[in-house]
Design a protein around this ligand. Structure first.
Ligand SMILES: Nc1ncnc2c1ncn2[C@@H]1O[C@H](COP(=O)(O)OP(=O)(O)O)[C@@H](O)[C@H]1O
Ligand SMILES: [Mg+2]
Length: 245
């Protein structure tokens, strides 16, 4: 970027914003007709359920395929919209410990039902950080969902907070199936997924949110053992934040 003059840089930024707006708008517009299609497929499925003619079996199966594919499209569109919005922030001084505690409380029933033992390890006296709490709930949710999907037979999930030289650290650690080298290298690339129905946008969204906050994210993983994602955020409460000056 430093080699570009100011007007060229402005032009590229405007172009980038325009493409982002167009892509976001497109995803949004497609969602409405898609939900109409989904609703009608559901009504059709209900009608067919009541009919007893055995010839209708093939029709039912085709309908089921269409519903599944519509569901897949919905997941991708929602993930895409979340990705597109990840840079829009409203930062307030936030207790990461409280955010994690609330998230764990909300998530624990689902974890228990999936055989996952979730334990928060929260540092005492963790300083507040100026973050967008809603976006960080999204971060936790995306990381934890990946961990859950990596532990289909259950396991341990730890969410840690700590401080390290001027940074607040948030780590999500699981005992899941881990990632091979290729997956580790590509994990943050948009649309990379090893799952049949994955959007491949969960981690890119997480990274975009973290980087928009001036932070970093790192991944360590071992096949068959588990995965750890570590996020580091600079300690900037709004009083000290360069953004608020
Ligand atoms: N906790 C984890 N354990 C094992 N693999 C993971 C984990 N988190 C992410 N991955 C890998 O990274 C890929 C990309 O993740 P993500 O961007 O969230 O997309 P998606 O979950 O839709 O596949 C996943 O498909 C998976 O291969
Ligand atoms: Mg995911």
């Amino acid at each position: 970027m430093s080699e570009l003059d100011a007007s060229e840089r402005d032009r590229l930024l405007r172009l980038n914003a325009e493409i982002a707006t167009l892509a976001g708008g497109l995803a949004h517009e497609v969602r409405n007709p898609l939900s109409t299609i989904q609703m009608n497929l559901e009504l059709l499925a209900e009608d067919l359920e009541e009919a007893s003619d055995p010839k209708l079996g093939r029709m039912r199966r085709k309908l089921e395929t269409m519903r599944r594919e519509c569901g897949r499209m919905e997941v991708i569109l929602n993930a895409f919209l979340q990705f597109a919005r990840a840079g829009e922030m409203q930062r307030t001084d936030t207790s990461l410990n409280q955010l994690v505690s609330e998230f764990v409380e909300f998530y624990r029933p689902e974890a228990t039902a999936s055989g996952i033992d979730v334990s928060p390890h929260l540092a005492a006296d963790l300083p507040l950080v100026a973050i967008d709490a809603g976006l960080f709930r999204q971060v936790l949710s995306n990381l934890v969902r990946n961990s859950q999907q990596a532990m289909p037979d259950g396991g341990q999930l730890e969410i840690q907070t700590s401080t390290a030289d001027g940074h607040v650290r948030l780590a999500v650690i699981d005992t899941g199936k881990g990632m091979d080298e290729r997956a580790r290298k590509k994990a943050f690339e948009p649309f990379f997924s090893t799952k049949a129905n994955g959007s491949g946008l969960g981690l890119p969204t997480v990274r975009k949110i973290v980087e928009a906050h001036g932070g970093t994210i790192a991944c360590e993983s071992e096949v068959g053992h588990g995965t750890r994602f570590t996020i580091e955020l600079p300690i900037t409460t709004s009083a000290k934040s360069p953004l608020s000056q």
